[in-house]
Design a protein around this ligand. Structure first.
Ligand SMILES: Nc1ncnc2c1ncn2[C@@H]1O[C@H](COP(=O)(O)OP(=O)(O)OP(=O)(O)O)[C@@H](O)[C@H]1O
Ligand SMILES: [Mg+2]
Length: 412
C-alpha cells in the first residue's frame, strides 16, 4: 500500500529557479516514508541539502522517515499545524487521523514555509500568486477572527483566500501580507485570549531587539473595537525569493507537537546549540541561542518549544544559520517556573545554576566566561525592558514588571 509519489521542489538558493529536488513516498502499511534526491537534481550538479541533519545530500539513497508516522522532518516543517489543519479538515472532510502527508499535499505552496514546495508532477510547478497587500490588514484580521469563530464570511473573497492558504504552522489563526518586497505574518487578537497577546508578542520581540538580539521585526496595530494585531516579518521570504528553513524540532530529531514523554528528553537548548555547530553555523549563533534561552527565562516565555526555533540557509554565506527569534510570548497567565526546553541536561527550571551548567556546550570556553557573559546579558535585558515598557498596557506592565525583578533575581 504505497502512496502515489509526491515530488518535492526547491527554489534554488542561487538563481531562484525552481528545481525538483526529490521524491517522497509513503508506505501506508508500515508508516515508513521514503525520500530520494532526484537523479536530475544530481545530474544538474546541485548539491543543496534540504535538511542538514536528517537528509544530507546523498544521491541514490532512500532516506527513511519514521517520525510523524513516516513523514520526513523538513516536509513536516512545510505542513500546517493546528490552525491550518483545522481549515483543511473542514474543507476536505479529512478524518481526524489523516496522515500529515495529506496536509502537506493539500495545503498549497503559496504561503508555504521555507523554500520547498510539493506537487504531483516530476517537473516543478509552483504557482506565483501575489499576497494581499498591507492596506488589507484590518479586513483580513477581521475575516480571520470570523473564520476562527465559525461565523459567515464578512468578505467572500478574503475568506476564500484565507481558506486557500492554510500552509503555515502554529496554532493561532494567521495569514501572510505583502508590503513592497517584504512579507509579514499577521496574527490578530482572539476573543478567547486571556490578554492582549498580539501586543505582548510585539513588546517581547521589541524587547529582544532592544537587548541587541536577533529577533524578527514586528509592528503592532491597535485598530477599532479593541482589535489588536501583530505582524511579524517573515525571514523566509524576500520579493520572489524564498529561503530554506528547518525547525528546531527537525534539528533536534524530535516530534512536535508532543507525542510521548520520551520526546521532551530531546528538547534542549545545549543540544540545539550543538546541532547548530554540526550544521556549520558560527559560534555567534550558539551564543545568540544561549542569550535567547536566558531571555525566555527572564520574560517567562515557556512556549519556547522546538517548533518555535529554526535555522535558515544563507545563500551568500553558503551555510545554515540560526533564524531570527519568532513567537516569543511571555506567559500571559502566570509566571512559569520552568521552560519547555532544557537549559542544561535534565534541567528545565529557571535558575542561574540551570542556565550555566552546560554553558560550555554553547561555545563558552570556561564557566567564568559564561558567568560574566550572563551577568552582562541580564543587565542588557533589564535595560532593554525600560526601553520598551512604555509600549505596554497597564495590565501587561503589571504582569511583566514583577516577573522581571523575580526572574532577574533567580538568574543573578
Ligand atoms: N518571522 C517568521 N518568519 C518566517 N516564518 C515564521 C516566522 N514566525 C513564524 N514563522 C513560521 O510560522 C509558524 C507559526 O508561527 P508562530 O509560531 O508565530 O505561530 P503560533 O500559532 O503562535 O504558534 P504556536 O502554535 O507555537 O503558538 C512557525 O512555527 C514558523 O514555522
Ligand atoms: Mg509558534
Amino acid at each position: 500500500m504505497t502512496s502515489k509519489p509526491l515530488y518535492v521542489y526547491l527554489q534554488r538558493p542561487d538563481t531562484g529557479d525552481w528545481v525538483t529536488v526529490g521524491r517522497y513516498k509513503l508506505d501506508g502499511e508500515s508508516e515508513i516514508g521514503r525520500f530520494r534526491y532526484a537523479p536530475s537534481y544530481e545530474a544538474a550538479g546541485h548539491a543543496w541539502t534540504i535538511d542538514p541533519v536528517n537528509l544530507p545530500y546523498l544521491p541514490g539513497r532512500d532516506w527513511e522517515a519514521r517520525r510523524y508516522r513516516g513523514l520526513h522532518d523538513v516536509l513536516r516543517d512545510a505542513c500546517p499545524d493546528a490552525w491550518g489543519k483545522m481549515l483543511l479538515q473542514r474543507q476536505h472532510n479529512l478524518p481526524a487521523d489523516a496522515h500529515d502527508s495529506r496536509y502537506l499535499a493539500l495545503a498549497g505552496n503559496v504561503d508555504r514555509w521555507g523554500a520547498l514546495a510539493v506537487g504531483p508532477s516530476a517537473t516543478p510547478s509552483v504557482a506565483a500568486l501575489s499576497s494581499p497587500r498591507l492596506p488589507m490588514l484590518e479586513a483580513l484580521s477581521r475575516e480571520l477572527i470570523a473564520l476562527f469563530e465559525r461565523r459567515p464570511a464578512l468578505d467572500a473573497r478574503l475568506r476564500q483566500r484565507l481558506v486557500a492558504t492554510p500552509s503555515l504552522g502554529g496554532a493561532r489563526p494567521k495569514t501572510t501580507i505583502q508590503d513592497a518586497d517584504r512579507y509579514w505574518l499577521v496574527k490578530p487578537f482572539l476573543p478567547t485570549d486571556a490578554a492582549d497577546i498580539p501586543l505582548l508578542e510585539h513588546v517581547a520581540q521589541q524587547w529582544g531587539r532592544a537587548c541587541g538580539l536577533n529577533f524578527a521585526e514586528t509592528v503592532h496595530h491597535a485598530l477599532g473595537d479593541g482589535l489588536s494585531v501583530v505582524r511579524v516579518l517573515r525571514f523566509d521570504r524576500l520579493g520572489k525569493r524564498r529561503f530554506m528553513a528547518v525547525s528546531g524540532a527537525s534539528l533536534l530529531q524530535t516530534e512536535y507537537p508532543f507525542i510521548g514523554p520520551e520526546e521532551s528528553a530531546r528538547w534542549s537548548y545545549p543540544r540545539l546549540a550543538e546541532e547548530l555547530k554540526r550544521i556549520g553555523a558560527p559560534l555567534a549563533d550558539r551564543v545568540e541561542l544561549f542569550d535567547r534561552m536566558v531571555f525566555n527565562a527572564v520574560a517567562g516565555n515557556d512556549d519556547d518549544h522546538p517548533r518555535n526555533h529554526a535555522a535558515m540557509y544563507h545563500a551568500q554565506e553558503n551555510r545554515w544559520r540560526l533564524a531570527p527569534a519568532f513567537d516569543v510570548v511571555p506567559n500571559p497567565v502566570e509566571a512559569p517556573r520552568a521552560l519547555t526546553m532544557q537549559l542544561s541536561m535534565g534541567r528545565f527550571d529557571i535558575s542561574r545554576e540551570a542556565a550555566l551548567a552546560d554553558a560550555i556546550r554553547f561555545g563558552f570556553k570556561t564557566l567564568d566566561e559564561a558567568s560574566a557573559h550572563l551577568d552582562a546579558l541580564l543587565d542588557r535585558i533589564g535595560a532593554g525592558f525600560t526601553r520598551v515598557e512604555g509600549l505596554l498596557s497597564p495590565e501587561l506592565r503589571d504582569l511583566l514588571q514583577p516577573r522581571l525583578q523575580d526572574n532577574l533575581a533567580l538568574l543573578r
